[in-house]
Write a protein that binds this ligand. Structure first.
Ligand code: ZN
Length: 400
Protein backbone atom coordinates (compact mmCIF):
# COMPACT_ATOMS: atom_id res chain seq x y z
CA UNK A 1 0.00 0.00 0.00
CA UNK A 2 1.26 3.40 -0.80
CA UNK A 3 1.90 5.62 2.12
CA UNK A 4 0.88 9.16 2.14
CA UNK A 5 3.37 11.83 2.87
CA UNK A 6 1.89 14.10 5.47
CA UNK A 7 2.24 17.66 6.43
CA UNK A 8 4.83 19.19 8.63
CA UNK A 9 5.82 22.62 9.61
CA UNK A 10 8.69 24.69 8.45
CA UNK A 11 9.95 27.94 9.65
CA UNK A 12 9.32 30.76 7.30
CA UNK A 13 11.98 33.02 8.71
CA UNK A 14 13.62 33.69 5.40
CA UNK A 15 17.23 33.86 6.47
CA UNK A 16 17.28 30.50 8.14
CA UNK A 17 17.16 26.89 7.18
CA UNK A 18 16.94 23.93 9.42
CA UNK A 19 20.14 21.98 9.24
CA UNK A 20 19.62 18.35 9.81
CA UNK A 21 21.43 16.70 12.63
CA UNK A 22 23.60 13.70 12.93
CA UNK A 23 22.90 10.07 12.80
CA UNK A 24 22.92 7.48 15.45
CA UNK A 25 22.89 3.79 14.85
CA UNK A 26 20.75 1.13 16.40
CA UNK A 27 20.91 0.96 20.12
CA UNK A 28 23.24 3.88 20.15
CA UNK A 29 22.28 7.08 21.86
CA UNK A 30 21.35 10.01 19.73
CA UNK A 31 24.16 12.33 18.99
CA UNK A 32 24.33 16.04 19.48
CA UNK A 33 23.76 18.32 16.59
CA UNK A 34 26.90 18.84 14.55
CA UNK A 35 28.41 22.26 14.45
CA UNK A 36 27.47 22.19 10.85
CA UNK A 37 26.47 25.00 8.62
CA UNK A 38 24.82 24.49 5.31
CA UNK A 39 27.35 24.76 2.52
CA UNK A 40 27.20 28.28 1.36
CA UNK A 41 25.82 28.09 -2.13
CA UNK A 42 23.50 25.20 -1.38
CA UNK A 43 19.86 26.01 -1.17
CA UNK A 44 18.36 22.94 0.44
CA UNK A 45 14.61 22.92 0.49
CA UNK A 46 12.99 23.83 3.74
CA UNK A 47 11.28 21.07 5.59
CA UNK A 48 7.82 20.96 4.17
CA UNK A 49 7.04 17.31 4.35
CA UNK A 50 7.20 14.27 6.49
CA UNK A 51 5.89 10.78 6.14
CA UNK A 52 2.72 10.34 8.05
CA UNK A 53 2.95 7.28 10.22
CA UNK A 54 -0.14 5.63 11.58
CA UNK A 55 -1.50 7.93 14.21
CA UNK A 56 1.27 10.44 13.78
CA UNK A 57 0.26 14.03 14.23
CA UNK A 58 1.51 16.97 12.29
CA UNK A 59 5.24 16.88 12.77
CA UNK A 60 5.84 20.18 14.41
CA UNK A 61 8.97 18.71 15.89
CA UNK A 62 10.53 19.46 12.55
CA UNK A 63 11.42 22.62 14.32
CA UNK A 64 12.26 21.01 17.62
CA UNK A 65 14.60 22.67 20.04
CA UNK A 66 17.30 20.16 19.30
CA UNK A 67 17.69 21.28 15.74
CA UNK A 68 20.24 23.83 14.80
CA UNK A 69 19.27 26.95 12.98
CA UNK A 70 21.97 28.21 10.73
CA UNK A 71 22.08 31.26 8.59
CA UNK A 72 21.54 30.62 4.94
CA UNK A 73 23.15 33.67 3.45
CA UNK A 74 26.83 32.90 3.84
CA UNK A 75 29.14 34.10 1.09
CA UNK A 76 29.88 31.70 -1.75
CA UNK A 77 32.90 29.45 -1.34
CA UNK A 78 36.24 30.52 -2.75
CA UNK A 79 36.81 29.48 -6.36
CA UNK A 80 38.89 26.41 -5.59
CA UNK A 81 36.94 23.98 -7.69
CA UNK A 82 35.43 23.64 -11.08
CA UNK A 83 31.65 23.74 -11.09
CA UNK A 84 29.64 20.63 -11.67
CA UNK A 85 28.34 20.85 -15.24
CA UNK A 86 24.63 21.55 -15.27
CA UNK A 87 22.48 18.68 -16.42
CA UNK A 88 19.03 18.88 -17.90
CA UNK A 89 16.49 17.62 -15.40
CA UNK A 90 14.47 14.54 -16.44
CA UNK A 91 11.19 16.23 -15.52
CA UNK A 92 11.96 19.40 -17.50
CA UNK A 93 9.24 20.09 -20.02
CA UNK A 94 6.63 17.82 -18.45
CA UNK A 95 3.37 19.57 -17.74
CA UNK A 96 1.62 19.13 -14.42
CA UNK A 97 -1.06 17.04 -16.16
CA UNK A 98 1.61 14.78 -17.66
CA UNK A 99 3.21 14.33 -14.27
CA UNK A 100 -0.15 13.55 -12.70
CA UNK A 101 -0.76 10.95 -15.41
CA UNK A 102 2.67 9.40 -14.83
CA UNK A 103 2.16 9.34 -11.06
CA UNK A 104 -1.17 7.58 -11.49
CA UNK A 105 0.08 5.08 -14.06
CA UNK A 106 3.56 4.28 -12.82
CA UNK A 107 5.03 6.29 -10.01
CA UNK A 108 8.49 4.82 -10.58
CA UNK A 109 8.57 6.54 -13.97
CA UNK A 110 9.29 9.80 -12.18
CA UNK A 111 12.44 8.36 -10.60
CA UNK A 112 13.60 9.04 -7.05
CA UNK A 113 12.07 12.01 -5.29
CA UNK A 114 13.77 13.34 -2.17
CA UNK A 115 11.24 15.32 -0.20
CA UNK A 116 11.93 18.03 2.29
CA UNK A 117 14.88 18.14 4.64
CA UNK A 118 17.03 15.31 5.88
CA UNK A 119 15.51 15.67 9.34
CA UNK A 120 11.93 16.22 8.18
CA UNK A 121 11.40 14.60 4.86
CA UNK A 122 10.34 11.63 2.84
CA UNK A 123 11.38 9.48 -0.08
CA UNK A 124 9.44 8.38 -3.13
CA UNK A 125 10.86 5.98 -5.69
CA UNK A 126 13.86 5.08 -3.55
CA UNK A 127 16.48 2.55 -4.61
CA UNK A 128 17.63 -0.18 -2.25
CA UNK A 129 21.34 -0.70 -1.60
CA UNK A 130 21.56 -4.47 -1.52
CA UNK A 131 24.69 -6.40 -0.61
CA UNK A 132 27.04 -7.12 -3.48
CA UNK A 133 30.68 -8.12 -3.67
CA UNK A 134 32.48 -5.13 -2.24
CA UNK A 135 29.89 -4.14 0.34
CA UNK A 136 27.41 -5.57 2.82
CA UNK A 137 24.16 -3.86 3.71
CA UNK A 138 23.90 -4.28 7.48
CA UNK A 139 20.17 -3.61 7.51
CA UNK A 140 18.78 -3.84 3.96
CA UNK A 141 15.29 -2.80 5.07
CA UNK A 142 16.72 0.60 5.93
CA UNK A 143 19.07 0.91 2.99
CA UNK A 144 16.88 2.97 0.67
CA UNK A 145 18.24 6.07 -0.95
CA UNK A 146 17.76 8.23 -3.96
CA UNK A 147 19.14 6.84 -7.22
CA UNK A 148 21.91 9.44 -6.97
CA UNK A 149 22.83 8.42 -3.42
CA UNK A 150 23.10 4.76 -4.35
CA UNK A 151 25.06 5.49 -7.53
CA UNK A 152 27.43 7.79 -5.64
CA UNK A 153 28.09 5.15 -2.98
CA UNK A 154 28.81 2.50 -5.57
CA UNK A 155 31.13 4.84 -7.46
CA UNK A 156 33.17 5.65 -4.35
CA UNK A 157 33.45 2.01 -3.28
CA UNK A 158 34.44 1.06 -6.82
CA UNK A 159 37.34 3.52 -6.55
CA UNK A 160 38.59 1.65 -3.47
CA UNK A 161 38.21 -1.75 -5.15
CA UNK A 162 40.05 -0.51 -8.23
CA UNK A 163 42.98 0.86 -6.27
CA UNK A 164 43.37 -1.74 -3.53
CA UNK A 165 43.19 -5.44 -4.41
CA UNK A 166 41.57 -7.89 -1.95
CA UNK A 167 39.53 -5.23 -0.24
CA UNK A 168 37.06 -6.63 2.29
CA UNK A 169 33.39 -5.74 2.03
CA UNK A 170 32.52 -2.31 3.35
CA UNK A 171 29.66 -2.28 5.83
CA UNK A 172 26.74 -0.07 4.78
CA UNK A 173 24.62 1.03 7.74
CA UNK A 174 21.32 2.86 7.63
CA UNK A 175 20.38 5.04 4.70
CA UNK A 176 16.62 5.66 4.82
CA UNK A 177 13.42 3.69 5.18
CA UNK A 178 11.68 2.72 1.95
CA UNK A 179 9.40 5.76 2.13
CA UNK A 180 11.83 7.87 4.08
CA UNK A 181 10.55 9.73 7.09
CA UNK A 182 11.58 9.28 10.72
CA UNK A 183 14.04 6.42 11.17
CA UNK A 184 14.78 5.60 14.77
CA UNK A 185 17.18 6.38 16.38
CA UNK A 186 18.35 8.93 13.84
CA UNK A 187 17.24 12.48 13.55
CA UNK A 188 18.25 12.73 9.93
CA UNK A 189 18.24 9.83 7.39
CA UNK A 190 14.73 10.87 6.30
CA UNK A 191 15.04 11.81 2.66
CA UNK A 192 17.33 9.22 1.09
CA UNK A 193 20.48 11.35 1.24
CA UNK A 194 22.19 10.27 4.50
CA UNK A 195 24.33 7.14 4.70
CA UNK A 196 26.17 5.51 7.57
CA UNK A 197 29.29 3.70 6.41
CA UNK A 198 31.76 1.52 8.23
CA UNK A 199 35.47 2.23 8.08
CA UNK A 200 37.93 -0.12 6.41
CA UNK A 201 39.87 -2.07 9.03
CA UNK A 202 43.20 -3.87 9.01
CA UNK A 203 41.90 -6.75 11.08
CA UNK A 204 38.47 -8.20 11.49
CA UNK A 205 35.90 -6.01 9.85
CA UNK A 206 32.69 -5.81 11.82
CA UNK A 207 29.95 -3.23 11.86
CA UNK A 208 30.31 -0.52 14.48
CA UNK A 209 33.82 -1.44 15.52
CA UNK A 210 35.62 1.55 16.99
CA UNK A 211 38.36 2.61 14.62
CA UNK A 212 41.78 3.37 16.07
CA UNK A 213 45.32 3.93 14.84
CA UNK A 214 45.93 0.22 15.42
CA UNK A 215 43.01 -1.14 13.42
CA UNK A 216 42.05 1.51 10.85
CA UNK A 217 42.95 0.69 7.26
CA UNK A 218 43.84 4.28 6.67
CA UNK A 219 44.85 3.83 3.02
CA UNK A 220 41.54 2.29 1.94
CA UNK A 221 39.51 4.63 4.12
CA UNK A 222 41.29 7.66 2.66
CA UNK A 223 40.70 6.40 -0.88
CA UNK A 224 37.01 6.05 -0.03
CA UNK A 225 36.73 9.50 1.53
CA UNK A 226 38.66 11.17 -1.29
CA UNK A 227 36.49 9.46 -3.90
CA UNK A 228 33.36 10.62 -2.08
CA UNK A 229 34.58 14.21 -2.03
CA UNK A 230 36.00 14.41 -5.53
CA UNK A 231 33.68 12.19 -7.57
CA UNK A 232 30.26 12.58 -5.92
CA UNK A 233 28.00 15.40 -4.78
CA UNK A 234 28.76 15.25 -1.07
CA UNK A 235 27.27 17.84 1.24
CA UNK A 236 29.32 16.82 4.30
CA UNK A 237 31.00 13.89 6.00
CA UNK A 238 30.99 13.32 9.76
CA UNK A 239 34.11 11.63 11.13
CA UNK A 240 35.49 11.59 14.66
CA UNK A 241 38.42 13.96 15.05
CA UNK A 242 40.72 11.11 16.13
CA UNK A 243 40.14 9.40 12.78
CA UNK A 244 40.42 12.70 10.93
CA UNK A 245 43.96 13.08 12.27
CA UNK A 246 44.94 9.67 10.92
CA UNK A 247 43.43 10.42 7.53
CA UNK A 248 45.07 13.82 7.22
CA UNK A 249 48.44 12.41 8.26
CA UNK A 250 48.12 9.75 5.58
CA UNK A 251 46.99 12.24 2.95
CA UNK A 252 49.98 14.47 3.70
CA UNK A 253 52.31 11.50 3.30
CA UNK A 254 50.77 10.90 -0.10
CA UNK A 255 51.60 14.47 -1.03
CA UNK A 256 48.04 15.76 -1.25
CA UNK A 257 47.77 19.52 -1.66
CA UNK A 258 47.89 21.24 1.74
CA UNK A 259 45.45 24.02 0.84
CA UNK A 260 42.94 21.49 -0.41
CA UNK A 261 43.39 19.41 2.74
CA UNK A 262 42.70 22.50 4.82
CA UNK A 263 39.43 23.06 2.98
CA UNK A 264 38.53 19.40 3.49
CA UNK A 265 39.41 19.22 7.19
CA UNK A 266 39.27 22.79 8.45
CA UNK A 267 37.21 24.91 6.06
CA UNK A 268 37.99 28.55 5.47
CA UNK A 269 36.32 31.63 6.89
CA UNK A 270 32.63 30.93 6.96
CA UNK A 271 32.99 27.95 4.69
CA UNK A 272 32.70 24.88 6.91
CA UNK A 273 35.03 21.95 6.36
CA UNK A 274 33.77 19.07 4.26
CA UNK A 275 34.75 16.62 7.01
CA UNK A 276 33.36 17.55 10.40
CA UNK A 277 33.69 16.09 13.85
CA UNK A 278 30.59 14.95 15.64
CA UNK A 279 30.84 12.70 18.66
CA UNK A 280 29.88 9.12 17.89
CA UNK A 281 31.59 8.89 14.52
CA UNK A 282 34.62 6.82 15.51
CA UNK A 283 32.58 3.68 14.83
CA UNK A 284 31.24 4.72 11.46
CA UNK A 285 31.19 7.72 9.22
CA UNK A 286 28.12 9.58 8.07
CA UNK A 287 27.87 10.93 4.55
CA UNK A 288 25.23 13.34 3.36
CA UNK A 289 24.86 13.59 -0.38
CA UNK A 290 23.11 16.15 -2.45
CA UNK A 291 20.63 14.57 -4.83
CA UNK A 292 20.07 17.41 -7.25
CA UNK A 293 17.81 15.39 -9.53
CA UNK A 294 15.71 13.81 -6.75
CA UNK A 295 15.56 17.05 -4.76
CA UNK A 296 14.54 19.12 -7.75
CA UNK A 297 12.03 16.44 -8.74
CA UNK A 298 10.32 17.17 -5.43
CA UNK A 299 10.05 20.78 -6.50
CA UNK A 300 8.98 20.14 -10.09
CA UNK A 301 6.47 17.42 -9.21
CA UNK A 302 5.22 19.20 -6.11
CA UNK A 303 1.85 20.24 -7.49
CA UNK A 304 1.30 16.86 -9.13
CA UNK A 305 2.18 15.06 -5.91
CA UNK A 306 -0.40 17.13 -4.06
CA UNK A 307 -2.99 16.70 -6.79
CA UNK A 308 -2.67 12.93 -6.74
CA UNK A 309 -2.84 12.87 -2.95
CA UNK A 310 0.66 11.48 -2.71
CA UNK A 311 1.67 14.29 -0.40
CA UNK A 312 -0.30 16.86 1.48
CA UNK A 313 0.43 20.55 1.26
CA UNK A 314 2.80 21.66 3.92
CA UNK A 315 1.80 24.06 6.58
CA UNK A 316 4.01 27.05 7.01
CA UNK A 317 4.71 28.43 10.45
CA UNK A 318 5.82 31.76 11.68
CA UNK A 319 7.41 32.21 15.07
CA UNK A 320 5.89 34.55 17.61
CA UNK A 321 7.59 35.46 20.86
CA UNK A 322 4.83 36.08 23.38
CA UNK A 323 4.66 39.54 24.91
CA UNK A 324 3.01 40.67 28.10
CA UNK A 325 -0.73 40.63 27.59
CA UNK A 326 -0.76 38.10 24.76
CA UNK A 327 -3.54 35.57 25.01
CA UNK A 328 -4.42 32.62 22.83
CA UNK A 329 -7.48 34.48 21.57
CA UNK A 330 -5.44 37.59 20.73
CA UNK A 331 -2.85 35.58 18.82
CA UNK A 332 -5.56 33.73 16.92
CA UNK A 333 -7.21 37.00 15.97
CA UNK A 334 -3.96 38.72 15.06
CA UNK A 335 -2.80 35.94 12.75
CA UNK A 336 -6.23 34.95 11.49
CA UNK A 337 -6.08 31.33 12.61
CA UNK A 338 -8.07 29.33 15.11
CA UNK A 339 -7.05 28.92 18.72
CA UNK A 340 -7.14 25.17 18.16
CA UNK A 341 -4.65 25.41 15.30
CA UNK A 342 -2.19 27.26 17.53
CA UNK A 343 -2.68 24.73 20.32
CA UNK A 344 -2.10 21.82 17.95
CA UNK A 345 1.00 23.40 16.45
CA UNK A 346 2.52 23.90 19.88
CA UNK A 347 1.20 20.72 21.52
CA UNK A 348 -0.57 22.83 24.12
CA UNK A 349 -3.04 21.25 26.48
CA UNK A 350 -4.22 24.48 28.07
CA UNK A 351 -4.97 27.93 26.74
CA UNK A 352 -2.18 29.58 28.70
CA UNK A 353 0.29 31.72 26.75
CA UNK A 354 3.58 32.31 28.56
CA UNK A 355 5.41 35.59 28.19
CA UNK A 356 8.69 35.40 26.20
CA UNK A 357 8.00 31.86 25.01
CA UNK A 358 8.19 31.36 21.26
CA UNK A 359 5.05 29.94 19.67
CA UNK A 360 4.63 28.50 16.21
CA UNK A 361 1.72 30.08 14.39
CA UNK A 362 0.40 28.10 11.43
CA UNK A 363 0.07 30.45 8.51
CA UNK A 364 -3.33 30.85 7.02
CA UNK A 365 -3.78 30.27 3.34
CA UNK A 366 -3.55 27.73 0.56
CA UNK A 367 -0.69 25.47 -0.36
CA UNK A 368 2.69 27.08 0.21
CA UNK A 369 5.11 27.72 -2.59
CA UNK A 370 7.09 24.65 -3.63
CA UNK A 371 10.55 24.09 -2.17
CA UNK A 372 13.28 26.18 -3.71
CA UNK A 373 15.59 24.88 -6.40
CA UNK A 374 18.56 22.95 -5.13
CA UNK A 375 21.95 24.03 -6.41
CA UNK A 376 24.92 21.81 -5.77
CA UNK A 377 28.08 23.69 -4.88
CA UNK A 378 31.17 23.04 -6.97
CA UNK A 379 33.07 19.94 -5.99
CA UNK A 380 36.03 20.40 -3.71
CA UNK A 381 38.81 19.27 -6.01
CA UNK A 382 42.54 19.38 -5.37
CA UNK A 383 44.52 21.49 -7.82
CA UNK A 384 46.06 19.68 -10.76
CA UNK A 385 49.35 18.16 -9.68
CA UNK A 386 52.40 20.17 -10.65
CA UNK A 387 54.72 18.26 -12.97
CA UNK A 388 57.70 16.83 -11.13
CA UNK A 389 61.16 17.97 -12.09
CA UNK A 390 62.72 14.53 -11.72
CA UNK A 391 60.81 13.24 -14.73
CA UNK A 392 58.67 10.79 -12.76
CA UNK A 393 54.97 11.16 -12.68
CA UNK A 394 53.49 13.05 -9.78
CA UNK A 395 52.39 10.98 -6.79
CA UNK A 396 49.36 13.20 -6.34
CA UNK A 397 46.34 11.85 -8.10
CA UNK A 398 44.01 14.53 -9.31
CA UNK A 399 40.34 14.01 -9.38
CA UNK A 400 38.84 12.93 -12.66
ZN1 ZN B 1 24.08 8.65 10.14
Amino acid sequence: MRRRIGEAGWITTAAYVIVATACATHNQPSEPAPVAAARPTAAPPRAPLAVKDAGAEVRNDAVADAEVLVEDHAPPPPPVASPTPPKPHPLDGLTEAEMVAKLRADEAALGSISLGATNAGGLIGGVQMQSEPGWTAVNPGQSWGTRETIDSLKRAIAAVLAKHPNTPALRIGDISAKNGGPLSPHRSHQSGRDVDLGYYYLGKSTWYRRATRANLDVARTWTLVKALITTTDVEMILIDVSIQRLLREHAEQLGEDATWLDLVFKGRGRQPPMIRHVRGHATHLHVRFYSPIAQNSARLAYAALIKTGRIRPALAFIKHRARRGDTLAKLAKRYGVTMKAIKTANKMHRNLIREKRVYLIPKKGGPPPPPRAVAVPPRLLPPPAAPRTDGRSSPVKTAP
